[in-house]
Design a protein around this ligand. Structure first.
Ligand code: NAI
Length: 333
């Protein structure tokens, strides 16, 4: 058995936290030979919910769970953290403008980035789930002096999984028969869910869709009119139907994001700090096709985007630039 891995989860008393903690403690994220030490970081109002979850964790008697600590102090919460999952965020309140939302979250993710730099383990990897996830990750990375920027990422795996789920349903396939899906850009309605590289049983998805729908024109129409808007607006659809935002699917995506980063994957989507790949301004936290050999996500380069795909990607990158500029104007970066 290896040494325990310390996993810090912020917002652990919230809904996603509750859907996430038990699966991590059961070994689904890091595997059956890596014990975990959980650190639950909350704000004072969230502490009792986190304490309740900790009682239930104890009652599960998970063999891999090496301890649970709860705190509302970020430096204590990130002390020795090997993995940090930043879930807690400030939601958009009534009448709140986008700049207000960004400012409120900068007040969370700036200090958390600084606490990570001060206290986390030297191999720390951080994923931001709390929205606006990409720009929150940008703020945390910029505030974590001395921690390499490539340790920070933001979650677009839920968008990726949603896209795969839609394709699998249309093609009457299992999800694992759909490969090489790509989410480009921001985790927002401007994201571009790109099937142009995707394959179904080694056949290009676009050809499989044409076969299924009776022609290439029909396939393109379904992609444009149904698939793209459905994936981009799936969060709103879940709220409408379920009466509450995505929770289990978001927790699942966060777990898969960390699992694949830590244990390796040939191909998935994740938002990582741009080094200028695909012409995206350096430093933006942008979703790309990525791979991992178990030591962090790396952008897969050389994937073709046609003119229309490029325009959709550029629109999402423009939104990321504008979020960054808003945050800069607030004096945060
Ligand atoms: P929730 O409101 O149930 O829980 C959030 C928790 O965070 C609360 O317990 C709150 O006390 C805590 N919190 C707030 N500020 C904190 C801070 N400074 N430090 C530590 N904890 C803090 O919300 P839920 O449903 O768990 O969602 C969490 C976030 O995840 C939201 O921002 C949501 O928009 C985002 N989300 C992101 C998705 C993605 O794909 N990237 C998908 C779904 C949700």
């Amino acid at each position: 058995m290896e040494q325990p891995t310390t996993v810090t989860i912020t917002g652990a008393g919230g809904q996603i936290g509750y859907a996430l903690l038990f699966r991590i403690a059961a070994g689904e994220m890091l595997g059956p030979d890596r014990p975990v030490r959980l650190r639950l970081l909350e704000i004072p109002q969230g502490l009792t919910a986190a304490e309740g979850a900790a009682l239930e964790l104890q009652d599960c008697a998970f063999p891999l769970l090496d301890g649970v600590e709860i705190t509302d102090d970020p430096v204590t919460g990130f002390d020795g953290a090997n993995i940090a999952m930043l879930v807690g965020a400030r939601p958009r309140g009534p009448g709140m403008e986008r700049a207000d939302l960004l400012a409120a979250n900068a007040g969370i993710f700036g200090p958390q980035g600084a606490a990570i730099a001060a206290a986390a383990a030297s191999d720390v990897r951080v994923v931001v789930v709390g929205n606006p996830a990409n720009t929150n990750a940008l703020i945390a990375a910029a505030s974590a002096q001395g921690v390499p920027a490539d340790r920070f990422s933001a979650l677009t795996r839920l968008d990726h999984n949603r896209a795969v789920g839609q394709l699998a349903e249309m093609l009457d396939a299992r999800a694992d028969e759909i490969e090489r899906m790509v989410i480009w850009g921001n985790h927002s309605a401007t994201q571009f869910a790109d099937v142009s590289s995707a394959a179904f049983r080694d056949v290009p998805v676009i050809d499989a869709l044409a076969e299924r729908l009776g022609g290439a024109t029909e396939a393109v129409a379904w992609l444009d009119d149904t698939f793209l808007p459905r994936v981009a607006k799936r969060g709103a659809e879940i709220i409408e139907v379920r009466g509450s935002s995505s929770v289990a699917s978001a927790a699942n995506a966060a777990l898969e994001h960390v699992r694949d980063e830590q244990r390796g994957t040939p191909w998935t989507s994740a938002a990582v700090v741009s080094r200028g790949e695909y012409g995206v301004p350096e430093g933006l936290v942008c979703s790309f096709p990525v791979t991992s050999d178990g030591s962090g996500y790396r952008v897969l380069e050389g994937i073709d985007l046609d003119e229309r795909g490029r325009a959709l990607f550029d629109r999402s990158v423009a939104e990321l630039v504008s979020e960054r500029d808003t945050v800069r104007a607030l004096g945060v970066l």
